[in-house]
Design a binder for this molecule. Structure first.
Ligand SMILES: Nc1ncnc2c1ncn2[C@@H]1O[C@H](COP(=O)(O)OP(=O)(O)OP(=O)(O)O)[C@@H](O)[C@H]1O
Length: 293
């Protein structure tokens, strides 16, 4: 079972084949380099596709572990969804292959690694940096929603940074095609909107809530509803108990945007195209869409 890589403009796939010609990948197609990190189900290595010399990230997952955790279905959905998305702020999944013990995902290489680590190092981001990231995420989510895909798990751990400093949404493990409204409970509590915490129906507007949470975390270094106990986070989300600390000093325009995204009634959240038109984004986001450190 090889995967076809369709021809496209940006983030060119290694040894791109035409749509008609399906490429069957194998480990022999790659030179494996240093490990980039490890996740719950396996390891990620930098690799070079021999024919094109393109650098990719090769994610190696152990079938046994996937089976034990009953996530094969989730992985299949992730691959199906992510391999069809083409956006500069969405990590490309070029293809996959497998052998007896392992599944290999061929991913776009994000040279600057995890955004989470950068946020930990700086504690919080400048308004210019935060707004640039929020704008690129809003554009990527508009693209996803246009394809009836909701991500449902937007958080710093799922964001990688490319060589130019551009943000890349990775990890579509919780994403869904949303022709129907969803009722499933998923994701880490901190980033979940009230309707998902309460397990009522939810739609693409869940991603607006998560973007609001992320914007807050970029500016203050912690998510807005954080609490020691799970039950307190739960209560704070349900009540939309949103408080802005006095430090770091943040503009009222930033607080205004966050307050418009973190609205309990999902239909009243600021639509993503309006997020892009919000004065705080207009004034602060770098028009190139890239934050240069
Ligand atoms: N495309 C990539 N480019 C560069 N580094 C990557 C890439 N994908 C993963 N990494 C690095 O490898 C690490 C492990 O990635 P992986 O996706 O397996 O796990 P995770 O998302 O961190 O954890 P989990 O398995 O819990 O979802 C990441 O934390 C990141 O540092």
């Amino acid at each position: 079972m090889g995967i076809a890589t369709e021809s496209q403009q940006e983030n060119k796939a290694p040894s791109e084949s035409t749509a008609a010609e399906k490429k069957r990948w194998s480990l022999n197609d790659f030179d494996i380099g240093k490990p980039l990190g490890r996740g719950k189900f396996g390891h990620v290595y930098v690799a070079r596709e021999k024919k094109s010399s393109q650098i990719v990230a090769l994610k190696v997952l152990f079938k046994e572990q996937l089976k034990q955790s009953q996530v094969e279905h989730q992985l299949r959905r992730e691959v199906e969804i992510q391999s069809h998305l083409r956006h500069p702020n969405i990590l490309r999944l070029y293809g996959y292959f497998y052998d007896q013990k392992r599944v290999y995902l061929i991913l776009e290489y994000a040279a600057k690694g995890e955004l989470y680590k950068q946020l930990q190092n700086c504690k919080y981001f400048s308004e210019r940096r935060a707004a640039t990231y929020v704008a690129s995420l809003a554009r990527a989510l508009i693209y996803c929603h246009g394809k009836h895909v909701i991500h449902r798990d937007i958080k710093p751990e799922n964001l990688l940074v490319g060589a130019q400093g551009e943000l890349k949404i990775a990890d579509f493990g919780w994403s869904v095609h949303t022709f129907n409204r969803r009722r499933t409970m998923c994701g880490t509590l901190d980033y979940l909107p009230p309707e998902m915490v309460e397990s009522v129906e939810h739609d693409a507007n869940v991603d607006i809530w998560s973007l609001g949470v992320l914007c807050y975390e970029f500016l203050y270094g912690v998510p807005p509803f954080e609490a020691k106990e799970h039950s307190d986070t739960y209560r704070r989300i349900i009540q939309v108990d949103l408080k802005f600390p006095p430090r770091p000093i943040t503009s009222s325009a930033a607080k205004d945007l966050i307050s418009r995204m973190l609205v309990k009634d999902s239909s009243q959240r600021l639509p993503l195209h309006k997020v892009l038109e919000h004065p705080w984004i207009i004034q602060n986001a770098d028009p190139s869409g890239v934050y240069k450190c």
